[in-house]
Ligand binder design. Structure first.
Ligand SMILES: Nc1ncnc2c1ncn2[C@@H]1O[C@H](COP(=O)(O)OP(=O)(O)OP(=O)(O)O)[C@@H](O)[C@H]1O
Ligand SMILES: CC(C)(CO)[C@@H](O)C(=O)[O-]
Ligand code: BAL
Length: 279
């Protein structure tokens, strides 16, 4: 696996080598890799003849300084996992090389960024969109892979790609879970053993809601899920939403929508975790 750290060097590399490949697959990450990330690499390997992964803990998407400082880092292990997965190239730029000046652009995603992650993490999606746009310009992939765990992020990037005509296909890949249902996430590494056990309740609440929705209204389902969380003192619920899976707007009646996304964000051990399921 080749490793490139300088954006200008990768630009030159891609210019020189792109004609050799039928298609380049790209998996952007923030490192501390797990099987969720590797599933994206594997998907890219199946569909492209060259796969690039980036590891960059993007400072401008963090709305909480502590969250940025404590973000898990595990470079040695990351290298091994990417090598084993057959990744062709790792791009790992420094913050200084990505942001020679602080970007001034502000991107308005309308209602899509006013709910859930956008509402509770002010400025987060602006930072995500800027870094993903920069990475797309540098890497110039044909297809880029994202996880459904960050569903709102995927929809934001899809909007950006459409509005700005990036010649890139986006793919959303299923959430890879631990045996007890907990969505794999780099931040899980920060959980205590007790918190790790309790964290599986997030997925449990999503499955409970899906089951309840078969016979109950959205309102009753949300009330029952709130009760479910009231009994778990280790979890501080931030939001639990039943939404349209395309617009992410909260819904009133399941029957009026083609796809439903049930989404949750909560703190366990002070670590903020998210999860969702599509029904
Ligand atoms: N469990 C998972 N299954 C599938 N894809 C995932 C999973 N976890 C993360 N991804 C995807 O991997 C890509 C990189 O995500 P990122 O590096 O932020 O990892 P993460 O595990 O989501 O970390 P955290 O949520 O703690 O920031 C994103 O597209 C994300 O949706
Ligand atoms: C897409 C991304 C790599 C941008 O920093 C990040 O938000 C992530 O890991 O999901
Ligand atoms: N996994 C999405 C990136 C973030 O939480 O900042």
């Amino acid at each position: 696996m080749e490793i490139i750290k300088e954006p200008s060097e990768l630009l030159k590399y891609i210019k020189r080598r792109k004609p050799e490949y039928k298609s380049i697959g790209f998996v952007p990450t923030m490192g501390a890799l797990h099987q969720g990330h590797i599933s994206l690499i594997e998907c890219s390997k199946r569909e492209n003849d060259f796969t690039i992964c980036s590891i960059f803990v993007n400072p401008i998407q963090f709305n909480n300084a502590q969250d940025f400082i404590l973000y898990p880092k595990n470079l040695e292990e990351d290298f091994k996992m990417l090598e084993n997965a057959g990744c062709d190239l790792l791009f790992m730029p420094s913050a200084e090389s990505m942001y020679i000046e602080e970007p001034r652009i502000k991107i308005d995603f309308g209602s899509l960024e006013l709910v859930m992650e956008g509402k509770f993490r002010p400025g987060h999606f602006n930072g995500v969109a800027i870094v993903v746009a920069k990475l797309f310009h540098i890497v110039q992939p044909d297809i880029s892979y994202f996880g459904q765990k960050d569903l709102q992020q995927y929809l934001i990037i899809k909007q950006m790609v459409k509005d700005l005509t990036f010649p890139i296909e986006l793919k959303s890949c299923p959430v890879i879970r631990e045996k007890d249902g907990l969505a794999m996430s780099s931040r899980n590494q920060r959980l205590t053993p007790k918190g790790r056990n309790v964290a599986a309740k997030l997925n449990e609440s999503l499955l409970l809601a899906a089951k309840l929705l078969e016979n109950s209204s959205v309102e009753n389902t949300k009330a029952k899920v709130r009760d479910f969380y009231k009994n778990i003192k280790e979890i501080k619920l931030e939001y639990f939403e039943i939404t349209d899976s395309e617009t992410l707007m909260p819904i009133k009646d399941v029957k009026e929508h083609k796809g439903i996304a049930i989404c949750v964000a909560a703190y366990v051990d002070g670590v903020r975790l998210i999860d969702n399921i599509l029904i």
